[in-house]
Ligand binder design. Structure first.
Ligand SMILES: Nc1ncnc2c1ncn2[C@@H]1O[C@H](COP(=O)(O)OP(=O)(O)OP(=O)(O)O)[C@@H](O)[C@H]1O
Ligand SMILES: [Mg+2]
Length: 234
C-alpha cells in the first residue's frame, strides 16, 4: 500500500472548489514533486493533506489510515510534518530552541533526533545558540526543515523550500532534501524551480487549475516536450 494516497480530492476555502480532483500517490521512500503555474492549487494540495482545509470529496490515506478531514494535530502523531512557505521559524528563539519546539509531540529523549538534524545541516550546529532571525534565508529554511524533522516524520510536506534563495543556497537545499530522503523520509514537495526539483523526483505532478495535468516520473516529465513548452519555459 502507498504511504500517501490522494484520490480525486476536491477542496477549497469557500463555496467554490480550488482543487477539482487531485491525485497523488507516493510509496515509502519516494520524493514527489508538485509543480505548476501560480494559483494552480499546489499549496492548497499540501494544506488539504495536512488537514488545514476541508476536503469535500475524494480520499486521502496515509500509512494505512484514512486521514481525510482529520485534524492537523492528529497527523503529527502519525508522523507527518509540514513546512509552510512563510513564517516557519520563531525568529527570537535560538536555532536550538526552534528545534526543541519541533519535538513537542514527543515525550521520549530527543537527542538522537537533534543529532540527526545537526548531521544533515552542519551550519545549524555552529549557530545553535543564535536567534533564528539572525540567520540567512537559506539557513532559516534549514531551521524550518530541521524543526519538522524533530517529530521523526515518515512523510515531510515542503512548500517551496527554495523560495527566495540564491542559486547556491537553492542547490544546497536540494542536496539536503536528498540527504533527508536517504534517511528513509518520504518527501512531498512543491517547487517553483521545476527543472531542478523534477530532477530529484521519483514522481512528478504538474497541476493546473486544481487538477493533475501531467503525472509521471520526474525524468519522464523533464523529457516531455509538451511539459517543457508549457510549464518549464521551453
Ligand atoms: N486562504 C485562502 N482563501 C481563499 N482563497 C485562497 C486561499 N489561499 C489560496 N487561495 C486561492 O486558491 C487558489 C490556489 O492557491 P494556491 O496557494 O494553492 O496556489 P499555488 O499553486 O500554491 O500558487 P503559487 O505558485 O502562487 O504559490 C488561488 O486562486 C488562490 O487565490
Ligand atoms: Mg503556493
Amino acid at each position: 500500500m502507498s504511504l500517501l494516497s490522494v484520490r480525486n480530492v476536491v477542496a477549497g476555502y469557500g463555496a467554490a472548489p480550488i482543487l477539482n480532483g487531485v491525485d497523488i500517490s507516493l510509496e515509502q521512500g519516494e520524493i514527489g514533486v508538485i509543480v505548476g503555474p501560480n494559483g494552480a492549487g499546489k499549496s492548497t494540495t499540501l494544506k488539504a493533506i495536512f488537514g488545514l482545509l476541508r476536503v469535500s470529496s475524494g480520499t486521502i490515506t496515509f500509512d494505512g489510515h484514512d486521514i481525510t478531514n482529520r485534524p492537523t494535530e492528529s497527523l503529527s502523531a502519525l508522523r507527518m510534518a509540514f513546512v509552510p512557505q512563510e513564517q516557519n521559524v520563531f525568529k527570537t528563539l535560538s536555532v536550538h530552541e526552534n528545534l526543541e519546539m519541533g519535538a513537542y509531540v514527543r515525550r521520549d529523549d530527543v537527542s538522537g533526533l537533534l543529532d540527526r538534524v545537526y548531521d544533515i545541516f552542519p551550519p545549524l550546529k555552529a549557530k545553535r545558540n543564535q536567534p533564528a532571525g539572525e540567520l540567512s534565508g537559506g539557513q532559516r529554511q534549514m531551521v524550518a526543515v530541521g524543526r519538522a524533522l524533530m517529530i521523526d516524520p515518515k512523510l515531510i510536506l515542503l512548500d517551496e523550500p527554495t523560495a527566495g534563495l540564491s542559486p547556491l543556497f537553492m542547490s544546497e537545499i536540494f542536496d539536503r532534501i536528498l540527504a533527508i530522503n536517504a534517511t528513509g523520509v518520504t518527501v512531498a514537495m512543491v517547487e517553483q524551480n521545476a527543472r531542478q526539483a523534477l530532477g530529484i523526483a521519483h514522481k512528478g505532478y504538474v497541476l493546473a487549475s486544481g487538477r493533475n495535468r501531467f503525472t509521471d516520473s520526474g525524468a519522464a516529465l523533464l523529457a516531455d516536450p509538451e511539459v517543457a513548452k508549457s510549464f518549464l519555459g521551453g
